[in-house]
Structure formats: structure tokens, C-alpha cells
Design a protein around this ligand. Sequence first.
Ligand SMILES: [Zn+2]
Length: 453
Amino acid sequence: MQYADNRELRKEMFFAFNTRAYKENEFNNTQIIKDLAKLRYEKAVLLGYNTWADYILEERMANTKQIVMDFLDNLKDSAIPVAKAEIEEVTAYAKKNGFEGEQLERWDFSYYAEKLKKEKFAINDEVLKPYFSLENTIDGLFKLCTDLWGITFKKNEEIPTWHEDVMVYEVYDKDGSLLAIWYGDYFPRPGKRAGAWNNTLRDQWMEGTEDVRPHVVNVCNFSKPTADKPALLTFGEVETLYHEFGHALHNIFAKGNYSRLTGTSVAWDFVELPSQLMENFVSEPKVLATFAKHYETGEVIPQELVNKINESSTFLSGLATMRQLAFGYLDMTWHGNNPEGYSVEGVEEKSDVTRNFYPEVDGISISASFSHIFAGGYSAGYYSYKWSEVLDADAYAMFKQNGVVNKAVAQHFRDHILSKGGTQHPMELFKNFRGREPKPEAMLVRSGLLKMP
Ligand SMILES: [Zn+2]
């Protein structure tokens, strides 16, 4: 869709993709999702709730349907004008580059957007990779954690692992006591699952008076080093590495009585706060200067490249936000009401806030293949992607206001968020850290939806 010059082929792809599980054949999901929504509703009512969303949200940070809807509405108001301007910009660019219609169809948009992005930012993975060797990136991450929390890392090759690629470190607190064992499993191999994640081999808990410390694992799938090149990461992979380590810190700093309530065992819409918070540091010039060094020359990544990374990160973010919000509304329409008598088409028309951005297209469906909310665990929870962004941007703003690498703010974050796990309501934890409830401004500024106040 982004690269195919053949417009008919793009259109064909668009329809093929957007009619998955919605074609007139035995794989059509329409009845199945209607049944799912109805059964969930009935289960919630049996348990004494008004809707499925009321049942799910009771144990989330965003406690009620009203909170979620207000949250989506508020972001929508900020994103709409930006999204409209973005469409105008891409349309004007397309017209200058051979597009002959008035309005870009859905199958034209990402094609021209990709060309425009290339022209504006001229930045790609291959230019950046030499500055991000895995070794330097991990050194930089450990140094950042030492600067923030005073913790130190000691490689221990005596500890057995499940594969020779796996690295093991002991993590020590600033007073010298052992906090955790941390394993990094970073390279693909036959039989290993794709993707990136954090998990524990052992959680933290109190066994009588003994504080049992956790064993924490970070898994990624980066390209292996070769004979003449170290393992080099794309910028996105560096963010992933920091992200997973943010989850690891939640486990490493855990301090509670019961493993069920420590570390990352927290509300669904709260668990990405530490991980996404850590991602912010990667775009920070002063942090990059400590580790983003060319693997051959040792040259620190030029400021010009850093600027381009940061500028390109907000490209078309109004539209990206609107798309996420549309998914959020769709989810809440299916799960926040009695779905009796609902049709797939009706629900989609009601909730698609991006509908008038493009010429209308009939015969497609998102719901039929929306596995997050129908087959995954995201029912009445899709909003949490944006919710977590608000949390991490707002929390990070506190670091930023205090010079980024600030020990006092870091300690505060450790005391009120990282060490607490799920022992208190996440809103209480956040308020104890931030002094108030979360505000969306920092996220809006970061994604270019709001000019710096
Ligand atoms: Zn995560």
C-alpha cells in the first residue's frame, strides 16, 4: 500500500485486506462477533453490571465508561484539526505529483504519504544503524539506570542459562544489596518466538522476613553480529530494548508481600507506564550522546540526525491518533452498550471518526477482523494504548522539567510507581507520584498535536 506504483493493485490490496472475515463465504465473522458481544453483555448483566465495559473497567485505572468516553472525546478534539491539515498537505503533494482526482482514496493515501515523508526527512534505518550497536546501547541503558537510581550491573557468566546467546547480570541497589538477576535474550534462533517481551522466571515476594528477589528476562529478536560487524539496531529496536527494560525495572524494583501484587502485576491500562517512560530517554540528545556512537569511528550521532528522528516521529500523528481513537470508539460501542439488534455496519458507521476524511467506501469492515477486541484481551480496553501514552508523557514531563536525568524524580518514581506494583489503585499511585491526576497536554505536545504552551 505504501510502495506499489500500480493504483489498481493498491485498490485490490485495500479491499482484500479490509474484507478479511467479511466476505460472503463460510469464514464470515459477522454472526460470531455479534454473538460474542451479546454473550459478554449477558454475562456482565448476570454479574450485576450494566454492560461488559462496566464489568471490565471496574478493575482498570480508567474506572468507568464515562472516564473512557471523555478521554477519547478530549483527544479527538485536539487531533481533528491536525488530521485535517495533514490530509490537505498530502493531497496537495499528491496533486503536484501526478494525482488527478479531487480527494485521495483510502488506497492512495499511504502511498503519497510515504513519498512525502521520504522527501521531508530523508532518513532511514541504514543511516542510523551504525550508531546503535547492541553493546553500546546496553552500556548506555545501564549507565542511564545508574545515573537515575544508583543501581549497578555486574555480568555473571556462572549463572546457567537456556542458550549461549543469553547474557546474565546481577543488579545491585545503591547500598550494595542484590536487587535482581536480569537475563537478556536478544537474538533469534530456530524455535524461538518472534517479537519482544518481558517476563519473570521468579517474582519478588516476602517469605516470612526474607525478601525473595526476582529473576527477570528481556527477550527481543535483533540481527546477530557477523564476522565483521557487531549487532546493529534500528532506532525502533533501540526503543524496544528500552521499552522492555522499563517493564524489567518494574520487576527489579518490586517490593511487596505477595508476588501476585508485585512488579508488573498491575491494572491493564497501567502496565505500560514504566516501559513507555523509558522509551522517552532514547530521543533525548544528552542521553544519546552517552551511547549512540558510530561503531567504526566512535563519532557521536550528529545533532542533525537526532533532530530528524524527532521531527519525523510526529509526521501524520493527527491521523494516526484519529485511527487509534476510531478503534477505541468501535470497541466501546460494541462493549459499552446492550448490543441487541446491532449490525456490524451500524456500529462502524457510528464509531468511525475518520469516516469523512476519505470518500466513502462500502462493503468493508474493521470489526470482522478486529482480533484485539474479539479474540485478544482488549475488549473494552483498546483505549488503553492512548491512555498509557498520556501517562508516560505526563510522567516523563516531570523528568524533563528537572533536567531529564534527575535522581530525585527517579527516586520518587521508584518509591511511588515501580516498587508498588499492584498494591494500590493505579490512580492513587500516579497521584502520589505526580501530585495530581494525569493530564494529556504532555502527550499532545510530544505528538505534535499541541504547540508548546
Ligand atoms: Zn510493553
